[in-house]
Write a protein that binds this ligand. Structure first.
Ligand SMILES: Cc1cc2nc3c(=O)[nH]c(=O)nc-3n(C[C@H](O)[C@H](O)[C@H](O)COP(=O)(O)O)c2cc1C
Length: 190
């Protein structure tokens, strides 16, 4: 009888401790959520990459949404008068975005992703950067493009926001899931 009682106690103890462990794991996951992946994507290419980065970093995904969506006519780079051409010709253009302010509680690293437009980040990215207090955050750029590198766009952002800690990331055109995971791992984020 005594043996049976001890056996029951050991069994219950095991159950309780495994419950406590699984609770800890989920709490740790929340605490680990130090990464925000903010992106703008007009036609879905950058969005796909953003989702891979969020999955590789356990990061929070945040889509920068223009108040007025860009139509295909707006995106026509052959038309000097298209919305994107006009905005990209004007360094001070700041198209309104729907959801400007993002919750940065616990966030230490922000990936900021965009399609390259005329070698630059679309102006909605500037609107986003200026709508939030990002001082003290580590900001890492990423992009997709038709072939341009990320260099010029990140240099411009760094020059425009000298108070922000902006690190040049990568153009991730056609990079595989494992390639994105390897890139993120190499950044050595804590
Ligand atoms: C207005 C406009 C300008 C662009 N300018 C460039 C450019 O200068 N260099 C380049 O390689 N690709 C350029 N592209 C191509 C996009 O960067 C590329 O298609 C990108 O992957 C689209 O991403 P998204 O689907 O997330 O919007 C341009 C596209 C648009 C709409």
């Amino acid at each position: 009888m005594k043996k049976l009682l001890i056996g029951c106690l050991v069994f219950l103890g095991t159950i309780f401790s495994s419950c406590a462990e699984s609770k800890n794991v989920s709490v740790m996951k929340n605490e680990d959520n130090k990464v925000l992946v903010a992106y703008y994507s007009a036609t879905g290419t950058t969005e796909k990459v953003a989702k891979e980065i969020a999955s590789a970093t356990n990061g929070k995904l945040f889509e920068i949404e223009p108040e007025k969506k860009y139509t295909s006519a707006d995106l026509n780079w052959n038309d000097r008068n298209s919305r994107s051409s006009v905005e990209m010709n004007d360094m001070s253009s700041r198209p309104a975005i729907k959801n400007g302010v993002v919750n940065l509680d616990s966030i230490e690293t922000i990936f900021i992703g965009y399609p390259i437009w005329w070698d630059q980040a679309p102006r909605v990215v500037n609107t986003f950067l200026e709508s939030n207090n990002l001082k003290g955050e580590k900001i890492i750029t990423f992009c997709t493009s038709g072939g341009s590198t990320i260099d010029v766009s990140t240099r411009t952002l760094r020059e425009t926001y000298p108070d922000l800690d902006i690190m040049q990331g990568k153009c991730l055109n056609g990079t595989s899931k494992s390639g994105i995971e390897a890139w993120v791992k190499n950044l050595g984020l804590k």
